[in-house]
Design a binder for this molecule. Structure first.
Ligand code: IVH
Length: 671
C-alpha cells in the first residue's frame, strides 16, 4: 500500500474504531461483535507498525502505550478544583437558592440537576482537540499528572471531533459496581487486600504508575464541566453537557433542566429510588445555576462555587450499633479492623460483623465502639459501615486506634510507605500460619475435602500441624485418638490428604499463597512451566513471556522462590511426595474450543458460578458480568432475574444448564 493509501485507510480505521468505542463504552449500544472490533484494531496496528511516522497520540492504538513511571509529576491547576457546598434537606436547598436570589436580585433563569458521582475528579486538557494532560484534583490547587492512565479510560475521547485550540474538561472517574466486584474478587483470590469501596478503588487505580495495570482496572468517566475554553463558546451549563456528549464523552445520565425547586425535588426523589440499581455509586445530586453569566455573577467563595450545591442523600442501608471493634490478622499479615454489630437484617441476611478495611477507612468514618451506624452491602455485596450517626455519639466514646503491635503475636506492626495496610511482619505469627493453612486446604487451593477451619484449628492446637507440608505427616492413629474423631474420619482424612498429592500444579501454586498469584495466573504459569522446579529456576523475564504475567506477578514469584521460607516449604512438600507436574503446553488461545464466545451466567446452577465461569474461560470463552449485545449466550439457572429480562430484550440466546452441558459436550469441553 502506498503511503497516501495507508494514511487514508488509517484515518478511516481510526474513525470507525472511535465510533465503535463510543457505541460500546458510552452509548452501551454496540453494533459489531468483539471479534469484528478486534479485527479493525489489528488492521490499524499493522498499518501503524508499517508506517510508524503516521502514529499519532490520538490514535485508538495509543490508549495503552506508556511505560511505567517512577513517580507522578505534580501539576498546578489553571483554575482551582473547588469542592461543593453540601445540603442535607430541602430547607438547606432553599437556603442556597435564597442566597442565589439575593446576589442576582431575582430567580436564576434555570437550573440543572445531575447525579453526584462518587468517584475521583479529573481535569483533562485538550490542545487542538487532542488530549494532552490529565490531572487529579489533589489538594485543589496542585494535583498529580495521570495522562497515560486517563488515556486508558474508554469512555473519554482521545481527540475531539472539533479541534478547538484549547479546552479543559472536568469530570469524575469511577468504577462501575460490576468492575469493582470483579476487581475485589480477584484481589482476595490473589492474597491482596480488597478495596473498601469503588471510590477508593478508583482513587488507587488512577494514580497507578503502570498505565497497563490502570487499563486493566477498567475505569469509566462522566464529564460534567468545561471550566476553560478557547475557540469555542457556551452560554449555559446545559449547552456544555450537550456539547460534551457530542464530543464523545459519557455525561451524567438523566441530567435535567429544572425551572423551580419543586422540579429539583422531583429529580432528587426519582433518582433516590433508582440509586441501588444504577450500577455505580452516587452520593447525591448536584444542582447548578444553568446560565454561565449568572454563574459568573455569583462567583465562588474560597472553597465552593456559589452557583452550585450538592444535595446529599441520607446514607443507604440499616441502622445498628457497634458493640466492639476487633482486629483480624490475614494470611499476608494484614491487620483488618472489623466492627462487631448488634445483629440486623440487611438485604437478605442477618449481619453481625462488618469490615472496616484499614486504618484510613476507620479514620475517615471515625467509627467508635458504642456508635450508631448505618451499614449497607457495598458494590461487592459485602456489608460495610457507610456512616456514623453523630447525634447518637456520647462524649465518652473513645476514638479507635490501630494497634502498634500484632494482636496475636505482639510483633510491632509495619506500614510500608504509600500503603494503607498495616501488617504483622512475623511470618511465624500463629494467626498468619493459621490463615495460610486455611487457604492451603481451601476449595480455592488444594481443595482437601473434610478439612474445614474447625479441624485445622484443632490440629494446630494439638500441635499436629505446623505448616502445609506437615499435613502429609498426619497418621490415622494420632488423629483417631483426638476428641470428636474416630477411626473412620481419621482414615477418610488421610485418604483425602494423600490424594491431594496429585492435584494439578496450578492448585498447588494458588495454595502456596504467593502474592498476586490467583487461579488465572497459576493456570498460565503451570501450563507454561510444567513443574515447580522449572518455576523455581525461571527469571522474571522468562516468567513475563507467559500470557498475562506482568512485572508485579513475576517479581512476586521470583521473591517467593528466592526466600528461604518459600524454598524450604517447597523442599518439604517435595520430600513428602507432593510434586505435581504438567506437560507444558504451547499457548494457543485461538485453538481453544470456545474462543470468541461470550457467556453471562445468572441464577443458581448446580455448580458454583465461579467454577462454571472458570471452565468456560479455560476453554477460551469470555465470561462477562453483564448482558450486552456482545453476549453470545446467557446461561440462566434457577431464579434468574434482571439479566434474563435484559437478554430477552436484546435478543441474546438463552441456555439452561442442560443446554449448556450439551453445547460443552459438542465442543469437547468437560463439565
Ligand atoms: S460539579 C466546583 N458535578 O463532587 C465543583 N461535581 O463534592 C464543580 N462530583 O469535586 C463540580 N459528580 O469531584 C460536579 N455531576 C457533578 C459531580 C461532581 C461528582 C464531585 C466532584 C467534586 C465533588 C464535590
Amino acid at each position: 500500500m502506498t503511503r497516501t493509501g495507508a494514511r487514508a485507510r488509517i484515518e478511516e480505521l481510526r474513525q470507525e474504531i472511535r465510533r465503535h468505542e463510543h457505541l460500546y463504552y458510552v452509548a452501551a449500544k454496540p453494533e459489531i461483535s468483539d471479534y469484528a472490533f478486534d479485527q479493525l484494531m489489528a488492521e490499524l496496528r499493522r498499518l501503524e507498525e508499517a508506517h510508524p511516522a503516521l502514529v499519532s497520540p490520538d490514535s485508538p492504538t495509543q490508549r495503552v502505550g506508556g511505560a511505567p513511571l517512577d513517580a507522578l509529576r505534580q501539576v498546578r491547576h489553571t483554575t482551582p478544583m473547588l469542592s461543593l457546598d453540601n445540603s442535607y434537606n430541602e430547607g438547606e436547598l432553599e437556603e442556597w437558592l435564597g442566597r442565589v436570589r439575593r446576589v442576582l436580585g431575582r430567580d436564576p433563569a434555570g437550573m440543572v440537576a445531575e447525579l453526584k458521582i462518587d468517584g475521583v475528579s479529573l481535569s483533562l486538557t485538550y490542545e487542538s482537540g487532542v488530549l494532552v494532560r490529565a490531572v487529579t484534583r489533589g489538594n485543589g490547587e496542585i494535583g498529580d499528572e495521570v495522562t497515560e492512565n486517563a488515556r486508558t479510560i474508554r469512555s473519554l475521547p482521545l481527540a475531539l471531533p472539533e479541534r478547538p485550540p484549547s479546552v479543559e474538561v472536568r469530570g469524575e472517574a469511577y468504577l462501575p459496581h460490576a468492575v469493582f466486584r470483579e476487581l475485589n474478587r480477584a484481589r482476595r483470590e490473589e492474597g491482596e487486600e480488597a478495596f473498601a469501596n469503588p471510590r477508593n478503588a478508583a482513587a488507587g487505580s488512577i494514580r497507578l504508575l503502570d498505565p497497563r495495570e490502570c487499563g486493566r482496572r477498567r475505569l469509566a468517566f462522566f464529564a460534567y464541566q468545561v471550566p476553560r475554553w478557547e475557540g469555542t463558546g457556551f452560554a449555559c451549563h446545559s449547552e456544555i453537557l450537550e456539547r460534551l456528549a457530542a464530543w464523545g464523552f459519557a455525561v451524567n445520565p438523566g441530567w435535567r433542566r429544572c425551572r423551580s425547586l419543586s422540579e429539583v425535588r422531583t429529580f432528587i426523589g426519582e433518582w433516590g429510588g433508582r440509586r441501588a440499581r444504577l450500577g455505580f455509586d452516587i452520593d447525591g445530586v448536584v444542582v447548578k445555576v444553568d446560565d454561565l453569566e449568572e454563574q459568573r455573577a455569583l462567583g465562588t467563595t474560597s472553597k465552593f462555587p456559589r452557583w452550585a450545591v450538592a444535595y446529599k442523600y441520607p446514607p443507604e442501608g440499616e441502622r445498628t450499633r457497634v458493640r466492639g471493634i476487633v482486629v483480624q490478622v490475614g494470611r499476608t499479615g494484614a491487620l483488618t479492623p472489623v466492627a462487631e454489630l448488634e445483629p440486623v437484617f440487611l438485604a437478605g441476611s442477618t449481619v453481625s460483623r462488618a469490615t472496616l478495611h484499614n486504618a484510613d477507612e476507620v479514620t475517615r468514618l471515625d467509627v467508635r465502639v458504642g456508635d450508631r451506624v448505618w451499614i449497607a452491602k457495598g458494590g461487592d455485596v459485602i456489608p460495610k459501615v457507610v456512616a456514623v450517626d453523630p447525634s447518637a455519639r456520647s462524649a465518652d466514646f473513645e476514638a479507635f486506634r490501630m494497634p502498634d503491635r500484632c494482636p496475636v503475636c505482639s510483633t510491632p506492626v509495619v506500614r510500608e510507605p504509600g500503603e494503607v495496610v498495616v501488617r504483622c511482619p512475623n511470618r511465624r505469627c500463629p494467626a498468619v500460619q493459621k490463615q495460610r493453612l486455611f487457604h492451603f486446604v481451601s476449595r480455592a487451593g488444594m481443595d482437601i475435602e473434610g478439612l474445614g477451619r474447625r479441624f485445622v484449628e484443632q490440629l494446630l492446637l494439638e500441635g499436629l500441624l505446623e505448616d502445609p507440608a506437615s499435613l502429609w505427616d498426619l497418621d490415622v492413629e494420632r488423629l483417631a485418638a483426638l476428641p470428636q474423631w474416630g477411626e473412620k474420619s481419621a482414615v477418610n482424612l488421610i485418604e483425602q490428604v494423600s490424594a491431594a498429592r496429585t492435584r494439578p500444579l496450578w492448585r498447588l501454586l494458588v495454595a502456596l499463597g504467593i502474592r498476586h498469584v490467583g487461579e488465572k495466573a497459576a493456570k498460565v504459569l503451570a501450563a507454561r512451566f510444567g513443574s515447580l522446579e522449572a518455576l523455581e529456576m525461571a527469571t522474571a523475564e522468562e516468567l513475563e513471556q507467559a500470557e498475562g504475567i506482568g512485572p508485579t506477578i513475576s517479581a512476586s514469584v521470583v521473591a517467593f522462590f528466592a526466600e528461604d521460607e518459600g524454598r524450604e516449604l517447597v523442599r518439604r512438600l517435595r520430600h513428602r511426595g507432593v510434586d505435581p507436574r504438567q506437560e507444558p503446553q504451547a499457548p494457543d488461545p485461538a485453538q481453544r474450543p470456545l474462543s470468541g464466545l461470550t457467556f453471562v451466567l445468572t441464577g443458581a446452577l448446580s455448580r458454583p458460578r465461579e467454577k462454571v465461569a472458570g471452565l468456560l474461560e479455560e476453554a477460551g470463552a469470555h465470561a462477562a458480568e453483564s448482558v450486552s449485545r456482545r453476549t453470545t449466550f446467557l446461561v440462566a439457572g434457577a431464579d434468574a432475574g434482571s439479566k434474563l429480562n435484559k437478554a430477552r430484550e436484546l435478543g441474546v440466546e438463552v441456555l439452561d444448564e442442560e443446554e449448556l452441558k450439551a453445547l460443552l459436550a459438542k465442543k469437547g469441553v468437560a463439565w
